[in-house]
Design a protein around this ligand. Sequence first.
Ligand SMILES: [Zn+2]
Ligand SMILES: [Zn+2]
Length: 208
Amino acid sequence: MTEQMIEDEIHYCAIHPDVETELRCNKCDRYMCARCAVQTPVGYRCRECVRQHDDKFFNATPADSWVVFGVTFGMMAVFGLIFNTLFSGLALFMAIILGFPAGAVVGELVMKAINKRKGRNHWQIALAGVIIGALLGGFLGAALQYPDEFRDVQAQIQALKETNPAAYRQYADLYPSQTNYALQNTLSLGMIVFVGLSGYAVYLRMKP
Ligand SMILES: [Zn+2]
Ligand SMILES: [Zn+2]
């Protein structure tokens, strides 16, 4: 006959009192079930100990979030403007060459600006800055490329709007307004690759 187990040798999870377990947190020693255990490089720990450890690891200040966004947004706005102004014909080629290094530079500057403090969601904020900054810079760059001959006929095209709507639509397609022209030329394949590669480099630098 097997010996009957003594009551106080059965242990239950501290969070889930109905779950039997023999697993203990190697930091605070409390019993925890498989659902509560988190595998860390130093063994299984309970969620609370992992969170306390994370809070020490993520030492960023609230202001750092704004710095992360400001630097990525500002730098990528400049890069996006330059990119969409200079490389219209070679955009894809230049994006493949310059995208990753540009992002690496931005990531390095951001980390320097926040004294290398770590934030849980800094990489997401940085990616938002990269995308919004590059799009805005690209839009401005495209707007600056607006051809003079388009500008010269805008008054005449606008006049057609009332008198001859069919002709207006036809000419407005051929000679778009500055805003429409910039919108059409903001998202080229080269620009998408540029943003993608620079965003990836920033992510690699900023991920926790
Ligand atoms: Zn613990
Ligand atoms: Zn549990």
